[in-house]
Design a binder for this molecule. Structure first.
Ligand code: PLP
Length: 465
């Protein structure tokens, strides 16, 4: 007979049963879980009955906001009609076909990227980046360049946590003790001017120094060994880090000249978060591959996508008679319910023009944050684009120093936040709090969130001194 567990609380059962991602086991055993019971619009309710504005949109992903009945209806209809069939061996389904077409149309018509030619579906940003890492190597093998295999990523980058994606990720704590096989992965400097600009260096000089470093890396390694450069157009987990002036304009010709593919990881920036449909359009990028996830379904269903260019497709197509089927794919690639949910999600985003709202309220948010917190002794930088916004802490404003090890000002503030009515996340690379709410948020909600932030900051002050 199974043990009677009716005396256990949900918190107990969680502690005894669930292995949480990105969670300190020590802390979790003491504190237990925060159980989210309900969500609507931009708000969550937890098991203590607290109503919380979600300043993170989950993990930068619930772009349309929570609880939209249109999505539930689309999913129900899709489940009833065709709850699953794979797309291996040329099998297909209508919602997935239409979602692929929609994504390509958005790139063509809204982002100035007509070169994007095919969509490969997965279920997470990590698996999509693993697909991309495999694909650039496959591509080079098919065109007779088997030496061209290395991928350049950047310090501070986040590309996911499967083995290859985690190796591409450029933040040390994700590597510690995991023995990742990062062979062929190189990291170049983080493009965070506020933190890593040298004293007296202008932003343009900083860009030139970083670009020079990339050129030197290519020369040192040999362009014939480098397959791709992967970059988040705006680094998310790294701290909502905008590229310094001229960075991509100077980088892209170098990649092109050296026959190095450009992978734009738009897992966060895709689908409106920056105020544009894609950062590809925002920065005039010409990617060979784009990684998408999160906003493609607003996280109502796990769907990711690797969007590849005509140039890559042409090589795969030409090699097809010799190489046979492309032996890559997942059970849930092109899931019909994911397709239907994605389409319903993008319909809402278009009809309600949510990228434009992200641009408008994002500007308001940054203005207000600067007005309210710009003079705070521990807030050194307030930055962002659209609704990808961050506040970076400094122990000493003039010297831009970090706090003492273990002090974690951003996490202390985030810890007080739920009792004041918001969920806000501290990021792991710099001492940064991220504001990335649903794109449907209003200025009124943002005012309320900033009041809660002000209170949390005040409560945290004794621990920050
Ligand atoms: N790439 C970027 C830029 C991300 O921000 C993330 C997740 O936050 C990923 C990839 C990995 O996505 P997932 O957590 O769905 O595997």
């Amino acid at each position: 007979m199974l043990e009677d567990r009716s005396n256990y609380t949900l918190e107990d059962m969680d502690r005894m049963s669930v292995f949480h991602p990105l969670t300190s086991i020590e802390t979790h055993m003491k504190q237990g879980p925060m159980i989210i019971e309900q969500s609507k619009g931009v708000r969550l309710r937890d098991h203590k009955g607290r109503e919380l504005i979600d300043c993170g949109a989950g993990l930068w992903c619930v772009n349309i906001g929570y609880g939209r009945p249109e999505i539930a209806q689309a999913a129900q209809q899709a489940f009833e009609n065709l709850n699953y069939y794979h797309i291996f061996g040329g099998a297909s389904n209508e919602p997935m076909i239409r979602l692929a077409d929609k994504v390509l149309t958005l790139f063509r018509e809204r982002s100035g990227a007509p070169q994007m030619a095919r969509v490969f579906f997965g279920t997470s940003g990590s698996d999509a980046n693993d697909t991309n890492a495999k694909l650039v190597r496959y591509y080079n093998n098919l065109r007779g360049k088997p030496e061209k295999k290395k991928i350049i990523s950047r310090t501070g980058a986040y590309h996911g946590l499967t083995t290859m994606a985690a190796a591409l990720t450029g933040i040390d704590i994700y590597h510690k003790a995991w023995d990742l096989d990062g062979s062929g992965v190189l990291h170049t400097s983080c493009p965070h001017f506020f933190r890593f600009g040298l004293p007296g260096e202008t932003e343009e000089q900083f860009t030139d120094r970083l670009i020079g470093e990339i050129e030197a890396m290519i020369a040192r390694e040999g362009a014939e060994t480098i397959a791709a450069f992967i970059a988040e157009p705006i680094m998310g987990t790294g701290g909502a880090l905008l590229p310094p002036k001229g960075y991509f304009e100077k980088l892209q010709p170098i990649l092109e000249k050296n026959d190095i593919l450009f992978i734009a990881d738009e897992v966060i920036t895709g689908f409106g978060r920056t105020g544009d449909w894609f950062a590809t359009g925002l920065y005039g990028l010409k990617p060979d591959i784009v990684t998408l996830a999160k906003g493609i379904t607003s996280a109502y269903f796990p769907v990711s996508a690797s969007v590849i260019s005509q140039k890559i497709w042409d090589v795969l197509e030409a090699a097809s008679p010799e190489y046979g089927p492309v032996m890559h794919g997942f059970t849930y690639s092109g899931h019909p319910v994911g397709g239907a949910v994605g389409l319903a999600n993008l319909k809402i985003m278009e009809e309600e023009n949510l990228p434009a709202n992200a641009a408008k309220v994002g500007s308001y948010l940054r203005e207000q944050l600067k007005a309210r917190f710009g003079d705070h002794p521990y807030i050194g930088d307030i930055r962002g684009q659209g609704l990808m916004v961050a506040l970076e802490f400094v122990a000493d404003k003039a010297k831009k120093t970090f706090f003492k090890a273990g002090q974690n000002p951003h996490r202390v503030v985030a810890g007080y936040a739920p009792d004041n009515g918001i969920m806000i996340r501290g990021l792991p690379f710099t001492e940064t709090l991220a504001f990335s709410p649903p794109l449907s948020i209003t200025e009124g909600d943002l005012d309320q969130a900033m009041d809660a932030l002000a209170k949390s900051l005040e409560q945290a002050m004794p621990e920050l001194r």
